[in-house]
Design a protein around this ligand. Structure first.
Ligand SMILES: [Zn+2]
Length: 273
């Protein structure tokens, strides 16, 4: 019985200690006050955003209704393609670059429309270093080993010096859309460059995403001089790479609101990398 009283007393004093401790928290004037810039950064959603679905894109839904001005509200990095495949898209620091099939690069205007896009506000969760030499395949394998879990989404914004890069564009199409990506990608324009520096913008989607997005890594590139860009097909580097990464646990997508999407036959399945 005595032991119980001692134990009870000990518990009471522990509890009182806790209360006392919370009373002794930092004085009010030292407590963090939320500033306008804090609000601005927290108000940007920590979401992996996607426009249209991969299943629609591979089944020839090549006219979207997402305006560039709307995409800018969904992220400051992104990748995708413009309407009618009139250019690959890579967004960096909120600037949406358009790489046309002849390799010309311009900045997408607010009224321009996008057919497919991944985007997010990049919020760095960490950085890891990869020692060169390295090619694109080994780079992707290394990302897989570094990620905490392959069940989350990841965004990457990687400054990189390259010995070589092979980039893919998209061939512009007109209505009626007859050929799907399975036929168009093998004839896509290809741009190759050597001794070039720039930024890789990319995303990783888990396998369970199915037909909504493409499983695995997907990267686009824009050079520092903004003269080279597109879908990354291959690269080689002898330099070390610091890889800033951002894990995403929220995912959202919008669907095209038009007749092409309403009437599309979702039958062709096609994954690429
Ligand atoms: Zn791409």
């Amino acid at each position: 019985m005595k032991n119980r009283i001692v134990l009870f007393g000990l518990l009471v004093s522990l509890l009182l200690g806790c209360v006392e401790k919370s009373k002794n928290n930092k004085p009010v004037e030292e407590q963090k006050v939320t500033t306008a810039s804090d609000l601005e950064s927290t108000s940007k959603p920590d979401v992996f955003y996607q426009y249209s679905i991969w299943f629609a894109f591979v089944n020839k839904v090549f006219d979207g209704d997402l305006k560039v001005s709307e995409l800018k509200t969904k992220g400051d990095i992104g990748l995708g393609s413009f309407d009618y495949l009139d250019g690959e898209l890579v967004m960096l620091d909120g600037v949406p670059y358009r790489i046309r099939e002849n390799g010309e690069i311009t900045v997408g205007q607010d009224e321009d429309e996008i057919v497919y896009s991944d985007a997010t506000f990049f919020k760095e969760d960490g950085v890891f270093k990869i020692s060169g030499p390295m090619d694109y395949t080994s780079f992707q394998k290394r990302l897989n080993t570094e990620m905490e879990s392959e069940h989350y989404f990841y965004a990457y914004r990687v400054p990189i010096k390259l010995d070589y890069i092979k980039l893919g564009g998209v061939p512009k199409v007109e209505k009626p859309f007859t050929d799907g990506l399975d036929l168009l990608l093998p004839i896509r324009p290809v741009f190759e460059a050597e001794n070039i520096s720039g930024t890789l913008v990319g995303f990783y989607c888990p396998e369970y995403v199915g037909n909504i997005n493409a499983f695995g890594h997907h990267f686009h590139f824009i050079s520092d001089d903004r003269k080279w860009g597109g879908h990354v097909m291959d690269f080689k580097t002898s330099h070390d790479i610091n890889v800033p990464w951002d894990q995403k646990t929220s995912y959202a997508f919008d669907l095209p609101k038009n007749e092409t999407f309403e009437n599309v036959k979702l039958d062709s399945e096609f994954q690429y990398n």
